[in-house]
Every structure is written in structure tokens, then in C-alpha cells.
Design a protein around this ligand. Sequence first.
Ligand code: SF4
Length: 153
Amino acid sequence: MTTDRQPTTCVAVIQCEVAHERCTGIQCAMGFADREDLFAAYGDEVRYYVPFPCGGCPGRRVGRLAHQIKRIMQKRGIPLEQVAVHLSSCMAFESGHYPPCPHLADIRLMLTRKGFTRVVEGTHLSPQAEERRHAGLYRPRPGQASGPDAGSP
Ligand code: SF4
């Protein structure tokens, strides 16, 4: 992704620990490889894809694992502005399995305090969940029109 700041060298993805019981994260990994959904804007400049689960409520492992990423990036001379951290769709949005993570704001704060300024909500988007969001069955994603009348005058 080319931003107004710096190119993206590393994309980290935090996965809900509860969702991780039933999901390896393969859809997100494939979505990243194919540059789909919330990964669509990235180009070939991204060298590292680093997925990790949050560690359980209220994001117990996020601070420690984010700190490790920070340490390794600094060791390699990669500024944290070149690291984008995605809060996976299983955390950020309602789906048929879970409501959105109730600790999103705190997890964001933790990341910001560690120096990660580029935090993105979402990763792979399930077509079925998207359909249900549009139909008004689930809460819409931020910026997404929803409901059967969405888009009508
Ligand atoms: S609900 Fe939030 S804090 Fe709890 S396990 Fe899932 S992502 Fe982590």
C-alpha cells in the first residue's frame, strides 16, 4: 500500500482468540496473498505477513506480541510507520459467529501506545456476512450502507 506517509513493509493481523478455535486464519492469509478486501490497496512492497491471535479477552497477548514486532522491526531498521496492523474481520465486525470484539478501543489504544499508528479494521470479508450486513441482519461495517433500502433515493 502506498500511503501519504511511507510504503508498507509489514502487515500484521490480529485474530480473535475465540474465533481462532475454529479458524486458522487461512481466508485472511489468502485474501492478503490475492490482495482482496481490506488488503486490496497493498502492492508488492509488503515483505512480511505476521498473523497472531489476541490471547483472549481483553486482548491479553496483544501488547507483548506487538512489542516483539516493534523490537524486530527496529532491529532491522524498519520504521513502525511501515507496519500496518489489521484487526481481523472476526474482531472488528459482527458475523454469524460473533459480535464485534468489545475490547476494540482498548486494543487500539495498546497498539498506539506501542507506536503503531496504522491500525486497520478488517481483513477478509466473508461474502455471506457481507450479504447479511447489507440485508440489515448484522451491524454494518463502518462506512457500509446497510438494510434492504440502502442506496435507494
Ligand atoms: S473478543 Fe476481542 S479480546 Fe476477546 S478474544 Fe476476541 S478479539 Fe480477543
